[in-house]
Design a protein around this ligand. Structure first.
Ligand SMILES: [Zn+2]
Length: 341
């Protein structure tokens, strides 16, 4: 990780409890604002929706009632990933997310995740160029704003072979000292996929000093135990389904694994049926002393923000101010930004 002293600065006119925030779970594919995506699509000559910006907006953001499953949601990434598939687009994308998160939400520690191999047009673009451009975008934002940021490289659980995923791991290790702080695995679910097959790649990442997380516990509780026991993850992307399994809750707590909770995302993708189920899950985490953090998953695609997620939990009576502050502290402690260096 590139170390940068964070300048102390004065927030003028902000309420006293408006503290700096940490966000651990944001995808580049769902984090860039639509007008920048529009600009990037047109500047690369990508065919979109003619001159109809509003129609374009519908293709890259969650529309009320349109998403029936997690896989429906993931399909939105096909277009955003295509638009971001060039060094220029990735530099601009990462730069805009980091700067935007600071300006709009006072997020001063941000971890951004993406699959570099879903940004190179099936091998047409050079992977190192894509990665370098992402790092450049991140560093530009860090020069302009008092923020710390890091990149998490994502492996894909169904569209890539293990060999391809291994290439991504090699790149994560190669760029570890340039700002890549961890690995993750995600993407559409497939029945014959075995998460345990990735134990060796995760062990290698761990040995290299990278942080480990995995998208599990979003559709069911199934892969959570495997991620914790066989992959040895530090954190879990989502993990909300652990709430309905006492043994999983105990396992997560005993191994000091931290959940990256994404409330709006979980509601929109039907990971939880409604706010009551979400409230139940959070209550169980608190009761069983499972550490969790608040995240957006993808603020632009989901029409939300980190402050909005926190406000929602507060407003619904799911967490109080003190508990929200506790989540922020857990996020700071569980961040990969300080673990690598
Ligand atoms: Zn995610």
């Amino acid at each position: 990780m590139v170390h940068r002293e964070r300048a102390e600065f004065v927030h003028t006119g902000l309420p006293e409890n408006y503290y700096e925030l940490t966000e651990l779970h944001v995808h580049v594919g769902s984090g860039v604002s639509p007008e920048i995506m529009w600009f990037l699509a047109h500047s690369q000559g990508i065919k979109t929706t003619g001159r109809n910006y509003w129609k374009f907006l519908e293709t890259i953001t969650v529309q009320p009632g349109k998403i029936k499953s997690l896989n429906d949601y993931l399909k939105l990434f096909d277009i955003t990933e295509l638009i971001q598939s060039s060094p220029e687009a990735m530099e601009q994308s990462v730069y805009s997310i980091v700067g935007g998160a600071y300006r709009a939400n006072l997020i001063t520690r941000l971890e951004l995740r993406f699959n570099p191999m879903l940004r190179n047009r099936g091998g047409e673009r050079d992977l190192d160029h894509i990665i370098f451009a992402s790092i450049r975008g991140m560093e530009r934002a860090m020069l302009e704003y008092p923020v710390e940021a890091g990149l998490i490289f994502m492996l894909d659980r169904s569209r890539f072979s293990k060999e391809l995923n291994e290439v991504i791991l090699r790149k994560a290790i190669k760029y570890k000292d340039r700002g890549v702080v961890g690995i993750d695995i995600g993407g559409p679910r497939k029945d014959d996929f075995r998460l345990g097959d990735y134990a060796d790649l995760y062990a290698e990442a761990r040995k290299a000093g990278l942080g480990l997380t995995a998208h599990v516990g979003e559709v069911s509780g199934e892969d959570i135990a495997c991620a914790v026991q066989e992959l040895g993850v530090d954190r879990i992307g989502h993990g909300v389904h652990a709430a309905w399994d006492e043994s999983l809750l105990r396992l997560i707590r005993d191994k000091d694994v931290v959940l990256e909770l994404c409330p709006t995302s979980n509601l929109e993708t039907h990971a939880v049926k409604n706010t009551d189920e979400l409230a139940f899950a959070v209550k169980r985490f608190l009761e069983e002393e499972v550490k969790f953090t608040i995240n957006t998953d993808g603020p632009e695609m989901l029409n939300t923000s980190l402050r909005n997620e926190r406000h929602f939990l507060l407003h619904e009576g799911i967490l109080n101010e003190e508990q929200l502050w506790q989540c922020e502290q857990w996020a700071r402690e569980a961040s990969f930004l300080s673990a690598v260096g």
